[in-house]
Ligand binder design. Structure first.
Ligand SMILES: Nc1ncnc2c1ncn2[C@@H]1O[C@H](COP(=O)(O)OP(=O)(O)OP(=O)(O)O)[C@@H](O)[C@H]1O
Length: 404
């Protein structure tokens, strides 16, 4: 594997002053008037050719700062970045644009800023305009653009600058669904041509879809690194812990797919098709998901939730008893079975079921037990009319003659 980027022991310390006056006093009196804040603490990782690396973490974890350091926008306090190729970064929207100039003129300004020659800009201008779908707006000044339009232009210039390393910070969340899907497709094509990508997002599904590896940052340090699904589960655990004022949440036997307070526990999760009598079920067949739970204390208003995920760990369908206004009160030292009965109108493929016990709507608050990949099942064959894709929406189709 060829390394395209080496991030070596990067630390970034910001000096926080109470006022600008304190900043001035420090210069002239040589006394310390600031506090130090460590934004990135001794971060090291490598990026390889053709690899997509995701970075996640709660607000303030240090994601944007490390990207700015890699892009060369901010200097680290210590450590070293070794780049083996052109780095293009989509960081804060609007950086590198002159608001007074037209979109067309900004292709040349922004393009040269990110390392393209004037000749390259000229050659690529039409492709950039076409990809951005800005049409005649390209001749209007940038100050008339919406943030979505700025993102379209910035992404189009960046992707046509042929970077070896492409850094994207949340930018894809700005545009509409159509352009977001187009950007994702373009990134995947570039990845096939060996472009390396560093991608920061709070959209966990898109991270699972795009990334080969994910790094979890926590308070400026690397908390975990590796397989996207494992690291994202670890991130969810971290969020639950942040919401857990009484510090009761723990991981079960250090098992990364199971955590909670264990006031109530998931004992077993099972799925069975009504006709197949097994966990190989036809699309459209009635199936029952059973969650066996044990309550270790008296609890009222417990929520029991499920999430069905496909083989790429993408969320396919999730719901819970809270959304269905079902009140569940549990007695101590008692076993219960919660059943979800439904027609499995999902596409052919392999799936997993995750189950969770918590209060209110999400397991990220007051989580009693969250069990990832509790069981698996397969959808093979279809009951009724054929379809392709993730789900069967059972359309009522008609075709009528239009009288002209
Ligand atoms: N110029 C600065 N001066 C002082 N502190 C800063 C500066 N820039 C960032 N910080 C601090 O460094 C920490 C990390 O910030 P950063 O923007 O990298 O976090 P993040 O993980 O990208 O957060 P978010 O998800 O909210 O974008 C934060 O606590 C932030 O307040």
């Amino acid at each position: 594997m060829i390394k395209v980027l080496e991030v070596k022991n990067i630390t970034k310390i910001y000096k926080i002053y109470k006022s600008n006056f304190d900043r001035l006093k420090e210069i002239f009196t040589k006394k310390i008037y600031h506090k130090e804040f460590i934004s990135n603490n001794n971060i090291s990782f490598d990026l390889y050719e053709g690899e997509t690396l995701g970075i996640i973490g709660v607000n303030g974890a240090g994601k944007s700062t490390i990207l700015k350091i890699i892009a060369g926008v901010t200097e680290p306090t210590s450590g070293e970045i070794i780049r083996h190729g052109r780095v293009t970064a989509l960081l804060e929207l609007g950086t590198g644009f002159n608001e007074q100039l037209s979109g067309y003129e900004n292709i040349f300004l922004n393009g040269t800023l990110i390392g393209m020659t004037q000749k390259e800009c000229k050659e690529k201008a039409q492709d950039i305009i076409d990809f951005s779908e800005l049409g005649s707006y390209i001749d209007e000044p940038i100050l008339t653009y919406s943030s979505g339009m700025k993102m379209r232009l910035a992404f189009s210039i960046a992707i046509y600058s042929q970077p070896q390393i492409f850094i994207v910070d949340e930018a894809l969340s700005v545009g509409d669904a159509h352009f977001g899907a187009k950007c994702t497709k373009a990134l995947r094509e570039k990845k096939k041509q060996n472009m390396s990508i560093i991608y920061v997002s709070h959209d966990l599904n898109s991270l699972k879809l795009l990334c080969d590896r994910v790094i979890l940052l926590n308070q400026g340090s690397v908390e975990n690194e590796g397989d996207p699904e494992v690291v994202i589960n670890n991130y969810n655990f971290l969020i639950s812990k942040l919401n857990d004022a009484d510090e009761k949440i723990s991981m079960k036997d250090d098992c990364k797919n199971s955590f909670g307070t264990f006031d109530v526990e998931i004992i077993k999760v099972n799925i069975i098709g009504e006709d197949s009598n097994s966990n190989v079920i036809s699309s459209g067949e009635e199936a029952t998901i059973e969650i066996e739970i044990k309550s270790n204390k008296d609890i009222s208003n417990m929520t029991v939730g499920i999430m069905i995920r496909d083989k790429f760990a993408q969320d396919i369908f999730g719901t819970n008893t809270y959304y269905h206004n079902l009140n569940i009160d549990l007695k101590a030292n008692t076993y219960y079975t919660c059943s979800y009965k439904m027609a499995l109108n999902i596409g052919i493929g392999k799936y997993s079921i995750t189950a969770a016990l918590h209060s209110s709507d999400t397991h990220l608050k007051d989580c009693s037990h969250w069990l990832d990949n509790a069981t698996n099942f397969e959808v093979a064959g279809i009951v009724g009319e054929h379809f392709v894709g993730l789900c069967n929406l059972h359309p009522k189709i008609s075709c009528t003659e239009v009288v002209q």
